[in-house]
Design a protein around this ligand. Structure first.
Ligand code: C6P
Length: 409
């Protein structure tokens, strides 16, 4: 075992909960993770001891809040290998991060007739902002196909990248299939063809070592709430030279250096993109979450998740009438397993599992084009994290076998 899961579990008060008289088995981590005491305590401490607005006051509380706020930015910058914390912009979530790139850098740099390249496995957050921009500016969107095993079709990518799209934006890890995409290899080819590379890392940053220099990406989006931090805090990484030459989206306090009746001058990076009072408690919680994950070691997190995913897939493969989606190659997938049991609708299955205390997600996972490609209306999805155990995978398997009996399939 690469992580001391028994010890980790004691850090998460919610895991002691019972649901319908059964211990909670929380397997909906791709939707949002649970929060450790250290994160809850950091937020509590902020409100109890140094609640104040940031970057505004010279009084002690404001100074302390500003230091904690900016330290969190430094921590996250180090966590993903950014060159400087100026490259980290705080937003609400990964969705807002992707929209921010679309509405600022992309809106200014793309012209009618330009192409954007996405993939068939994208989350709606990495499709709809581009569709909106495409409509506004007359752009064309192409999608890299996926193979039946849920990996990207490399030949198709090579064809489409030769069309010289201005943007190549893709998920690092698919939230519905778990596929880990070879971002670095693809980014190299995309750059050779002149594209700017945007990575939706909502499902990778919480689960494995992620380094923006290794990925060779230009922008990267992530959400705090999937990596032990509170909801309402998201992170956009952008290469400093790109952000320096990009106009802000929103105007107001915080994002300006000086304002006169006839004009204003923007603040330095990263604040020029952070108009208004930010989510201070969210940022402070994020700092504590990064500390927690750093202490565990992200390679250890990945190894633990590989172990439990491999084990769960092996066991699930033996459940009668269970269809598993995605590649079986463990190196190519994260800790997300999508499946269907016979013809039971995913929502019915999730409801049955809930009566056993098991929380999974069911539906289209905000990836409707992918569901169309898989020719399924929905899937059930179990997703693991640092506190999940093989025993919990066993509980899932037994509950599925019970459901199969109940539905006589
Ligand atoms: N996926 C899931 O259950 P937000 O909602 O902005 O924090 O994250 C959006 C997002 C973007 N990209 C990927 C790959 C994602 O998985 C998500 C969020 C959740 O799969 C909620 S739909």
């Amino acid at each position: 075992m690469t992580l001391n899961v028994t010890k980790i579990r004691t850090d998460f008060p919610i895991l002691k909960r019972k649901i319908a008289g059964k211990p909670l088995v929380y397997l909906d981590n791709a939707a949002t993770s649970q929060k450790p005491k250290a994160v809850i305590a950091a937020i509590d401490r902020y409100y109890q001891e140094y609640n104040a607005n940031v970057h505004r006051g010279v009084h002690r509380l404001s100074e302390e809040a500003t230091i904690a706020f900016e330290q969190s930015r430094e921590k996250f910058a180090r966590f993903i290998g950014a060159k400087t914390s100026k490259e980290i912009i705080f937003v609400r979530n990964a969705t807002e991060a992707l929209n921010l790139v679309a509405l600022t850098w992309a809106r200014a740099n793309l012209r009618s007739g330009d192409r954007i390249l996405l993939t068939e496995m994208e989350h709606h957050s990495n499709i709809v902002p581009w569709q909106m921009l495409a409509k506004e500016k007359g752009l064309r969107i192409d999608y890299v196909e996926i193979r039946d095993d849920g990996t990207l079709n490399w030949e198709n990518f090579e064809q489409l990248i030769k069309e010289r799209p201005k943007i190549f934006s893709l998920a690092h890890v698919s939230n519905a299939l778990g596929t880990i995409n070879p971002v670095r290899q693809m980014a190299r080819e995309a750059h050779e063809m002149g594209a700017t590379v945007i990575v939706d890392a909502a499902q990778s940053v919480p689960h494995m070592p992620v380094n923006v220099a290794d990925l060779e990406c230009d922008f990267l989006a992530a959400s705090g709430h999937k990596m032990l931090a509170p909801t309402g805090i998201g992170m956009l990484y952008g290469r400093q030279d790109l952000l320096e030459h990009t106009e802000p989206l929103m105007g107001g306090g915080e994002m300006i250096k000086e304002v006169h009746l006839q004009g204003a001058r923007w603040n330095d990076l990263p604040w020029k993109f952070e108009a208004g009072t930010p989510n201070i408690e969210g940022v402070i919680g994020l700092g504590a979450a990064v500390d927690y994950l750093t202490k565990l070691g992200m390679q250890n997190v990945r190894e633990h998740e590989k172990d439990i995913t491999r084990y769960a897939i092996e066991r699930l493969a033996n459940v009668k009438s269970l269809a598993l989606y995605g590649t079986r190659e463990i190196e190519k997938r994260g800790a997300v397993i999508s499946f269907n049991l016979g013809d039971i609708h995913a929502h019915d299955l999730a409801t049955i599992l809930d009566t056993q205390g098991i929380a999974i997600r069911s539906g289209q996972h905000c990836a409707e084009p992918l569901m169309e490609r898989l020719k399924v209306p929905a899937t059930s999805r179990a997703s693991f994290y640092i506190y999940n155990t093989r025993r919990e995978a066993d509980i899932l398997v037994r509950a599925l076998e019970k459901a199969a009996k109940m539905f006589k399939i």
